[in-house]
Design a protein around this ligand. Structure first.
Ligand code: ZN
Length: 216
């Protein structure tokens, strides 16, 4: 895992996105705080921890302690979303909020001024290698418009099915942080995959709006 992270960074990745699944909120289980902690000495890159879990409040302190820089939680999984975002900030991390493909952007209107990033899921979370859901593009564009109208400065991230086929569309809609799993880590040359994806993203937008590629 450390080798793969370093290979992706060599290819241009700037942020390490860690998908945490609990087998309850999503039908899969991945990693917890110990893996984040073990990975922390490998790089100074920002650790962007995406919690796909219930009871996020219970685990925020552990992930912060393990070395997370940003922690994102799902709107659908947090009954007291405002409190959870405050808690993340209280533990020294930048808070983000995530919505699933079926959740409208409008559900975030009361928290947009509290977050560092908004993550639009372009697949239903739970597994890697899924096909991009095209409706996500409209949500990214809508979010970018709301941000402009309200003068806010959160960043727009997209996660799920980001590949050479879909990357131009998402960055043109306004995504600035691109989470890539299979597109970077499948196949023998992670560095080359990352480089190719980043180049495609950069080619799709004018220079001042350059996106960053990040790993899953
Ligand atoms: Zn993720």
């Amino acid at each position: 895992m450390a080798d793969d992270v370093l290979a992706s960074i060599e290819g241009g990745a700037t942020i390490v996105h860690l998908d945490v699944m609990d087998g309850h909120f999503v039908p899969n289980i991945t990693i917890g705080p110990p893996i984040v902690k073990w990975l922390r000495p490998v790089t100074n890159a920002v650790f962007d921890v995406h919690l796909m879990i219930e009871n996020a409040d219970r685990f925020v302190p552990d992930f912060a302690e393990a070395g997370a820089n940003w922690i994102s939680v799902h709107q659908e999984a947090c009954v007291h979303l405002n409190r959870t975002l405050e808690l993340i900030r209280h533990h020294g991390c930048k808070p983000g909020v995530v919505i699933n493909p079926a959740t409208p952007v409008e559900t975030l209107s009361e928290v947009l001024d509290m977050v560092n990033l908004v993550l639009i899921m372009s697949v239903n979370p739970g597994f890697g290698g899924q096909k991009f859901i095209p409706g996500a593009v409209h949500k990214i564009a809508k979010l970018a418009r709301i941000r402009r109208e309200r003068g806010l400065n959160f960043r727009i991230e997209v996660d799920g099915g980001v590949s050479l086929d879909t990357v131009a569309e998402v960055v043109q809609a306004g995504a600035e942080l691109l989470v890539a799993g299979s597109a970077v880590f499948d196949g023998p040359d992670i560095t080359a995959n990352a480089r190719k994806l980043l180049k495609a993203a950069q080619a799709a937008v004018p220079e001042k709006k350059q996106p960053e590629i990040i790993r899953a």
